[in-house]
Ligand binder design. Structure first.
Ligand SMILES: CC(C)(COP(=O)(O)OP(=O)(O)OC[C@H]1O[C@@H](n2cnc3c(N)ncnc32)[C@H](O)[C@@H]1OP(=O)(O)O)[C@@H](O)C(=O)NCCC(=O)NCCS
Length: 220
C-alpha cells in the first residue's frame, strides 16, 4: 500500500501483523517498552519493529534496536528518518536517509466516518466545508484529513519535540492527484525553522486510508 505513496529514496516493509508477539523478536533495549502491555499491543509493537528492521536492512543497517523516546516516537539510527503505523491487522514501517527524504510520517486508518464530534475536534470549519465539496462523494474525506494530520505529526515531532494541535494545521486535498498540502499556523511554521514545507499523498484501498507526509527542508 505505502510503496506507491512514498518518495524516492524511501524503503517500506509492510504486511499483516500476525500472531508473533514474543519478546524474542525484540532487541534488549526494546523489551522494557512492552512491560505490562496487553497481547494486541505486543503483537502490533513486535510487527512494527520487525518491519522496521526489514526496511533498515535495505539501507544497509542490520540488527539495529529501535527504542521509543519520551513522546513515544521511534528512535531511528543517526541520519535516518522513519515512521511506523498499525491498524486493524496491518502494519507498515518506512525509512530513508534524512538528507535525501527530509522527515517522514506514515499513517493508516480504517476508511470510516469520524462522526460529527471527532470531526469537529480534528477539522476546522473550512476543512469540513472543503471535505464536503470533494468528489467522489461517499468517501470519508474527513478521515483522510485526520490521517494526513497523524502522518504530519509523526514527521513533525522528531524535528521539534513538540505537541501539535489539530487546529495548527490545515489540510487541502487534491483527489485527482491523490495528494494533499498542509498549511501550518505561523508559530508551528516557526518551530520548524527554515523550509518546512509539508506535502503528502494518500490512497484509499481495501477499506483503509493510507497517508504519507514529508517535511522537506529538514534534511541536515
Ligand atoms: C502518535 C499518534 C499520531 C499515533 O497515531 P495512531 O493512529 O494512534 O497509531 P499508529 O498505529 O498509526 O501509529 C503508532 C506509531 O506512531 C509512532 N509514534 C508515536 N508517537 C510518535 C511521535 N510523537 N512522533 C513520531 N512517531 C510517533 C510510533 O512508532 C507508534 O508505534 P509504536 O509505539 O508501536 O512504535 C496519535 O496517537 C496521536 O497522539 N495523535 C495526536 C497528535 C496529532 O496527531 N496532532 C495533529 C497534528 S495536526
Amino acid at each position: 500500500m505505502f510503496e506507491r505513496l512514498l518518495p524516492e529514496g524511501t524503503v517500506v516493509a509492510e504486511g499483516p501483523i500476525g500472531e508473533g508477539g514474543g519478546h524474542d523478536a525484540l532487541l534488549p533495549e526494546e523489551r522494557p517498552l512492552l512491560a505490562g502491555a496487553v497481547a494486541a499491543r505486543r503483537r502490533e509493537f513486535v510487527a512494527g519493529r520487525r518491519y522496521a528492521r526489514q526496511a533498515l536492512a535495505a539501507l544497509g543497517l542490520t540488527g539495529v534496536a529501535i527504542p521509543s523516546g519520551p513522546g513515544r516516537e521511534p528512535r531511528w539510527p543517526p541520519g535516518v528518518t522513519g515512521s511506523i503505523t498499525h491498524c486493524r491487522g496491518y502494519c507498515a514501517a518506512a525509512v530513508g536517509w534524512r538528507r535525501t527524504v527530509g522527515s517522514l510520517g506514515i499513517d493508516l486508518e480504517l476508511e470510516e466516518s469520524l462522526g460529527p464530534d471527532v470531526e469537529r475536534l480534528v477539522c476546522s470549519p473550512a476543512e469540513r466545508r472543503h471535505a464536503a465539496r470533494l468528489r467522489p462523494s461517499g468517501v470519508a474525506w474527513t478521515t483522510v484529513v485526520f490521517s494526513a494530520k497523524e502522518s504530519l505529526y509523526k514527521a513533525w515531532f522528531p524535528l521539534t519535540g513538540r505537541w501539535l494541535d489539530f487546529h495548527q494545521a490545515e489540510v487541502e486535498i487534491d483527489p485527482g492527484r491523490g495528494a494533499f498540502v498542509v498549511s501550518l499556523t505561523a508559530p508551528a511554521r516557526a518551530a520548524l525553522g527554515a523550509g518546512g514545507r509539508v506535502h503528502g499523498r494518500f490512497l484509499l484501498e481495501g477499506g483503509y486510508v493510507a497517508t504519507v507526509a514529508v517535511i522537506s527542508g529538514s534534511g541536515a
